[in-house]
Write a protein that binds this ligand. Structure first.
Ligand SMILES: Cc1cc2nc3c(=O)[nH]c(=O)nc-3n(C[C@H](O)[C@H](O)[C@H](O)COP(=O)(O)OP(=O)(O)OC[C@H]3O[C@@H](n4cnc5c(N)ncnc54)[C@H](O)[C@@H]3O)c2cc1C
Length: 325
């Protein structure tokens, strides 16, 4: 009988990735209803120090496979190992970070296990069937990000597997009970067809809306060339990243990875300054835990003022020109 909420613990350079803690929060929401154990899985050459990092993370069990060689980025081999692990653990669900690594490995795992894989969930909810079994409602934007859909894995098919977008859950900070650690033996680490020639660390992008403490968010009210140039100069002065609403991403003013909202990204900056944004729920859903939220809009009835701490009713052009002069 499938049981357990399993999480793939991704790591890089000997450190567990912060997204693991976010998935542990999601797992705790599921556990509140189903009462299942939260299980972390990790596959690595030097497993011990990764297991040590996972022990206080908030799960009930850690399952590890120690590989003799470094398998990082050898997704063909890793997917085979993880498939065998899941067959042994038999969880009812697997939560995977929607990162390039998570997507690449688990599309292969899903194929090997013959189960589905929902990509890029922004919310996971539990529900009960008439026969008393629980299942997970996997909510995600779809059809060109224009609608929200709920995906359910067919009854009787386990595990329910889903990748979850980074940033939609906060990192788990609750208590950790005694954790049971199991090193799984007798799992074959197959040869890989991939040879890793060089690992180049990702650029630390200080302009990332996910990393910056201050984010200036532009909306359609700041879309005109001249207005957007002002917004950029303002952001530069504050050393802030620039995010935007969906219309700005659609028009190419900002790249998609800087779109904030239900079908974009979720940000948690310390300071958010919103300029020419009406405040549609699909947008404001993507701004969480901000300590200071300031909004500028010409329309005193704009919905953005309902979520902002401080609102300035005025023309962004006049205000920014005055500030920058
Ligand atoms: C399924 C679905 C998913 C969606 N996902 C997202 C998403 O992820 N992110 C997202 O942003 N949107 C999303 N949307 C779109 C969302 O509903 C809104 O249409 C969008 O957020 C509006 O963008 P906006 O505020 O820039 O534009 P508008 O709604 O047009 O607002 C522009 C604002 O600028 C103000 N303004 C105009 N001129 C000035 C000026 N000179 N100075 C100051 N203020 C000025 C206006 O008063 C107005 O309030 C989604 C919609 C759907 C249906």
């Amino acid at each position: 009988m499938a049981n357990g909420i399993c999480i793939f613990a991704e790591y890089y350079n000997g450190k567990i990735e912060p997204v693991t803690a976010e998935l542990i929060t999601a797992a705790h929401f599921i556990k509140e209803t189903t009462g299942e154990k939260i299980q972390l899985i990790v596959v690595a050459k030097d497993c011990d120090q990764l297991v040590k990092q996972l022990e206080p993370a908030g799960a009930d069990e850690v399952y590890a496979v120690e590989t003799k060689r470094d398998c990082i980025f050898q997704d063909d081999a890793l997917s085979s190992v993880i498939t065998d692990m899941i067959r042994k653990i038999e969880p009812s669900s697997v939560l995977i970070p929607a990162t390039p690594m998570g997507r690449s490995i688990f599309s292969r795992v899903a194929s090997k296990l013959g189960c589905g894989l929902t990509a890029d969930c922004t919310e996971v909810l539990t529900a009960k069937r008439e026969d008393g079994t629980f299942y997970i409602k996997q909510n995600k934007p779809s059809f060109g990000e224009n609608v929200f859909v709920t995906i359910e894995t067919k009854p009787g098919i386990y595990p329910q597997m889903m990748t979850i977008r980074q940033g939609v859950y906060t990192a788990y900070e609750g208590e950790t009970d005694a954790v049971k650690v199991t090193y799984l033996e007798n799992i074959e680490i197959p040869a890989s067809k991939l040879e890793v020639v060089e690992v180049v660390p990702a650029r630390n992008d200080t302009n990332s809306i996910l990393a910056s403490e201050t984010v200036v968010v532009g909306g359609r009210g700041a879309e005109e060339e001249e207005d957007f140039a002002l917004l950029k100069a303002f952001a530069e002065k504050l050393d802030a990243a620039i995010g935007g609403t969906r219309p700005l991403a659609d028009s190419g003013k900002i790249p998609f990875q800087n779109q904030i909202g239900q079908t974009g990204f979720t940000i948690r900056p310390r300071i958010c300054i919103s300029i020419g944004v009406s405040g549609a729920i699909q947008h404001t859903e993507g701004i969480k835990d901000t300590k200071l939220f300031v909004a500028i809009n010409t329309d005193e009835n704009a919905a953005i003022f309902n979520v902002a701490d401080y609102g300035i009713v005025g023309d962004m052009k006049e205000l920014l020109e005055a500030y920058l002069s």
